[in-house]
Ligand binder design. Structure first.
Ligand SMILES: [Zn+2]
Ligand SMILES: [Zn+2]
Length: 275
């Protein structure tokens, strides 16, 4: 790596371009060196520039042209790329808090391209620090873990949107709601949060049965279906079969989680329970 931290980023873009990888990404202003006079939010407000205003700089690093564009949305957004720049400027629909309505603002090509590949404006916003896991810690590995969680969740959300688009089904959850939903699901593992319409499947019935008091002996779904060490054992007492809808009694139970299940001439609840 380059010793001068200010040169690391342009060098990386140039290196990737030489390897045939065109890149585009948001950049931290401080990472671009002092030669680039990028106006601060103060300057922009002082000059009363309109929302949508943009400026472009082109630099050459190791024979690669690197374009840097500053776009003034609500705050300045800075992106660098080895293949796309300011032109051609199109418009983007943005909500104006002051006017309380949607307005058209100028939007440079680099932003359009970024959003195309990053799944929409929300993604860019998220990179500006929205909905990031904010837990102050000095332990670097925890920061890394939180960052990976954030990235994973954003990718999951983008997939969710993409699947919705492909199947023409609505995807009402915004990134924030989606994250909340995932968190809730993980905390309440096994609880059916999205009540499916129509007749619940047997799997759902096992899941809901699991949640009733006094039946906490039923294993979580992932354990039930893991096909590992579910050996049948013979018990001392005849017990009610725990398979939903089965009224039978049985001596047999699954050793892994001690769940009574019948297996006889008529029923094979033992098998059904595990698949
Ligand atoms: Zn089992
Ligand atoms: Zn049974």
């Amino acid at each position: 790596m380059e010793n001068d931290p200010e040169l690391r980023y342009p060098k990386l873009i140039a290196y990737l371009a030489k390897e045939g990888i065109l890149s585009l990404g948001t950049v931290n202003k401080g990472r671009l060196g002092k030669d680039l006079k990028i106006p601060s939010i103060k300057d922009l407000k002082k000059e009363k520039v309109q929302r949508g205003y943009s400026e472009q700089w082109v630099a050459n690093c190791d024979n690669t042209d690197i374009v840097t564009v500053m776009w003034y949305d609500n705050k300045p957004v800075i992106l660098s790329s080895s293949f796309v720049g300011q032109e051609s400027i199109e418009t983007a629909r943005r909500y104006c808090k002051k006017q309380k309505k949607y307005i058209q603002v100028d939007c440079p090509q680099i932003i359009k391209t970024y959003n195309q590949h990053m799944g929409g404006v929300e993604f860019l916003d998220s990179f500006l620090g929205k909905y990031k896991i904010k837990i102050r810690t000095r332990k670097w590995y925890l920061r890394l873990f939180h960052h990976l969680l954030d990235v994973t969740l954003i990718n999951c959300w983008l997939l969710y949107k993409r699947v919705g688009e492909q199947q023409h089904t609505p995807t009402p959850m915004k990134q924030k709601d989606f994250k909340f939903e995932v968190g809730k699901s993980l905390c309440m593992f096994g609880v059916s949060i999205n009540k499916k319409r129509g007749r619940p499947s047997l799997s759902d019935e096992i899941e809901s049965k699991r949640q009733k008091p006094n039946t906490s002996i039923l294993p979580p779904r992932d354990v039930r279906l893991d096909r590992f060490d579910h050996f049948p054992v013979w018990g001392e007492k005849r017990q009610r079969c725990k398979y939903p809808g089965c009224k039978g009694k049985t001596f047999l139970s699954c050793e892994k989680y001690r769940v009574e299940l019948c297996l006889n001439k008529y029923n094979n609840c033992f098998r059904s329970f595990h698949q």
